[in-house]
Write a protein that binds this ligand. Structure first.
Ligand code: GLC
Ligand code: CA
Length: 565
């Protein structure tokens, strides 16, 4: 064997041990793995600290894979763990090909991928494809001169006049979206923080280099990416001003704009189609950070032939923000009718936790179980956020000097930023919730003595044990995995009910979103179920093992899941 053939053979062996093969990608009935999987988002800085420096890290995540497996997570998405000056906590990437020393090394990542493979947990990374850090060597080169070969990798323009940016676009983090660069007397565009210059996706070299980043990680065994901020990947080629809406100011004191020229440009769909082709070569999956204001926009992200983002996250569902059966019903119906596979999310590192958003201050634990029962029994894939399973709540900064999130620094006090939903995971009742032996980078929530993994594992009625039971039900019940969705009792404004049906079997879900006990008489006429009795599969309150579907009594904020007989 010549030495190149040998090297090729060795690399194949190495690859085959970490890369997920086609046979693992589809189940016996032909469903791709991600349609049945439960994804779990990890904010790496806050999950588990292995070396006690107050910062979570990759070996920390590795040490918790058994927990995640027990819980019922099939895949983890790790928020950015790349080298970064951390202006936006990792969403400012200075090197796409490495691991931030705060979190470990490439070897730690390889180890995590290998252990994940052994324990059947796929690892997805965050692909920050729309911008880089201003410390990224690509930008450092680009800003050095107008003739630098990397100049056109970013978006540059002359100002309108002295000290005047090229147009009126505002940054998502406040102020103009343009920053003056004295080296060349031009302005560069940044939709987010000034140290996050946007890449110029109109340049084919950007596409080639960024696609190569994904290939490099797929070859290491990464099972897919969460695509960051796809809606702002392109801007209008002529850089036309956005129309200003009304005279009110936003939380940063800027005029409110209708973002027709700096968001959702049609060209982004071409990139997504080509990026999907690359992902398909590796059986990888793309999750989209797809903020949309209507269902047509969401539909567009699936692609006309389901050839763009496999899993565009539906944030309109997460944004319902009140316990309203009619509102949830409408959202579910929309995405059910979209033709794409639904993706449900309630919480993430940019959104206040479920416990705060839906809690009424008195029944928060019940409400946490209720919301779990909603997004984990619908037809579709669910993306969880770390800590939701133990009922973590927002722990917002109390003083401006404590704020770590750039958004809160700029917007204080009207906008306190997102630190509150990013605090350390609560593992035990010990100091710092067992996250670290030293003070963590963000303060642990005071409620950690009760709300932590160890204590909740021992309490049969805990939120954690409820999640555990719900997730094992979801994984083993074919009807919950594949069954079609039918809304029931659609005029009920207090209780959200639906049936899931598959091959002659039905699962019924009844969610009481009110603070009083409700008696529900399920009308199954619209569904495939024909029965008078149902067996309880899981309930968040003491329920009989068999119920009459003409008279199901559901506790305040209670969730009942049953199977027809
Ligand atoms: C994405 C991230 C968010 C970040 C923003 C700008 O929306 O989810 O955390 O602040 O991009 O980088
Ligand atoms: Ca650490």
């Amino acid at each position: 064997m010549c030495k190149y053939t040998l090297a090729f053979a060795i690399s194949l062996v190495l690859l085959s041990s970490t890369v997920w093969a086609q046979k693992d990608a589809v189940d016996a009935e032909g469903h791709p793995w991600w349609k049945h999987a439960v994804f779990y988002e990890i904010y790496p800085r806050s999950f588990a600290d292995s070396n006690n420096d107050g910062i979570g890290d990759l070996p920390g995540i590795n040490s918790k894979l058994d927990y995640l497996h027990w819980l019922g997570a099939d895949a983890i998405w790790i928020a950015p763990m790349f080298p970064s000056p951390q202006v936006d906590w990792g969403y400012d990437v200075s090197d796409f090909y490495n691991v931030n020393p705060d979190y470990g090394t490439l070897k730690d990542m390889d180890e995590l991928l290998a252990q994940g493979k052994k324990k059947d947990i796929r690892v997805l990374l965050d692909f920050v494809m729309t911008y880089t850090s201003d410390q990224n060597k690509w930008f450092q080169e680009a800003k050095s001169s107008k003739t630098n070969p990397k100049r056109d990798w970013f978006i540059w323009h002359d100002g309108k006049g002295a000290g005047q940016p090229p147009n009126n676009w505002t940054s998502n983090f406040g102020g103009s979206a343009w920053k003056y660069s004295p080296e060349t007397s031009q302005w560069y565009y940044h939709y987010f923080y000034p140290p996050q210059p946007n890449l110029n996706w109109r340049n084919p070299e950007v596409e080639k280099n960024m696609f190569d980043v994904t290939r490099w990680w797929y070859k290491r065994g990464v099972a897919g990416f969460r695509l960051d901020a796809v809606d702002v990947m392109y801007v209008d080629a002529q850089l036309k001003d956005n129309p200003v809406v009304g005279t009110e100011k936003n939380a940063f004191g800027d005029p409110v704009e209708n973002e027709i020229n700096d968001k959702n440009q049609p060209e982004l769909h071409g990139v997504l189609q080509r990026l999907r082709k690359v992902a398909d070569e590796y059986n990888a999956v793309l999750i989209g950070e797809t903020w949309t204001s209507d269902i047509d926009q969401l539909k567009a992200y699936y692609g006309a032939h389901n050839d763009e983002v496999n899993m565009p996250m539906n944030f309109m569902f997460a944004n319902v923000n009140k316990l309203s059966p009619p509102d949830f019903r409408k959202q579910i119906q929309w995405v059910e009718g979209s033709g794409g596979w639904p993706v449900y999310v309630l919480s993430n590192h940019d959104i206040r936790r479920v416990y705060d958003r839906y809690g009424d201050g008195q029944h928060n634990d019940q409400i946490a179980k209720l919301m779990a029962s909603l997004y984990l029994t619908l037809r579709g894939t669910a993306v969880m956020y770390y800590g939701e399973e133990i009922g973590m709540e927002n722990n917002d900064p109390k003083r401006p000097e404590d704020v770590k999130d750039s958004m809160g620094k700029v917007g204080w006090p009207t906008q306190k930023g997102r630190d509150g939903e990013r605090t350390p995971m609560q593992w035990t009742a010990e100091t710092n919730a067992g996250f670290s032996t030293v003070a963590p980078w963000l303060p642990v929530d005071e409620r950690y003595k009760t709300y932590n993994v160890e204590s909740e594992k021992r309490d049969a009625n805990s939120i954690l044990n409820y999640y555990h039971q719900l997730l094992s039900l979801r994984h083993t019940n074919q009807v919950l995995l594949d069954g079609k969705y039918t809304a029931l009792n659609e005029s009920d404004s207090n209780v959200l009910s639906y049936a899931r049906s598959y091959k002659g079997k039905s699962v019924l879900v009844v969610l009481n979103m009110s603070d009083t006990t409700r008696k529900v008489s399920l009308n199954l006429a619209s569904s495939d179920a024909h029965t008078k009795k149902a067996a309880t599969l899981l309930a968040s309150f003491p329920a009989a093992s068999q119920v009459d579907i003409g008279e199901i009594s559901v506790a305040p904020f209670g969730a009942w899941i049953g199977e027809t007989e």
